[in-house]
Design a protein around this ligand. Sequence first.
Ligand SMILES: Cc1cc2nc3c(=O)[nH]c(=O)nc-3n(C[C@H](O)[C@H](O)[C@H](O)COP(=O)(O)O)c2cc1C
Length: 173
Amino acid sequence: MSESFRELLRALPDFPDDLPDFDPDQAPADPAALFRQWLAEALAAGVPQPNACSLATADKLGRPSSRMLILKDIDDAGWHFATSRESRKGLELAANPHAALNFFWQQQGRQVRVAGDVVLLSAAASAADWAARPGADGSMNPAWQLYAIRPREFEFWQARHDRRHIRHRYGPG
Ligand SMILES: Cc1cc2nc3c(=O)[nH]c(=O)nc-3n(C[C@H](O)[C@H](O)[C@H](O)COP(=O)(O)O)c2cc1C
């Protein structure tokens, strides 16, 4: 059972034959500009929900957890996402306001990692985000909170068939 499961996992295909090029020397100096470019390319390539990413948080003892969510915006405040302050991630962010995002666009062999401090955006912006959700029915959700990650570091990763995968970093280290 476990042997055949291992074989099944090993036999799964990885990336498609056609992968985009990425030359870090040509990349914009602003990581948000590169992200917008990659998101546009992901949309053009038919990647479903390229705005979905994992959000990793940790509790006050440093024990991690992660889940998927939707990137809502990027502006001077940071990279926006929204959730309930009463959720596990909301409670973890209250105790430990640091987080990491990870986008994965399989059709292109691309991954984008973003990590930094997290701040709370305004109640008005949070209410507007709640009201703009698909299927919104006019009800309020006082626990709904718009957050922004203020990135400290980024890594843009491009898979290559020759296994010389490209990693382009911004930030310390
Ligand atoms: C593609 C996708 C997008 C999601 N987007 C959000 C989101 O934007 N905000 C949110 O609170 N939960 C979102 N969820 C649900 C979360 O993954 C998670 O189950 C929920 O927020 C509870 O997480 P927690 O218990 O770790 O706090 C999404 C799930 C998926 C699969």
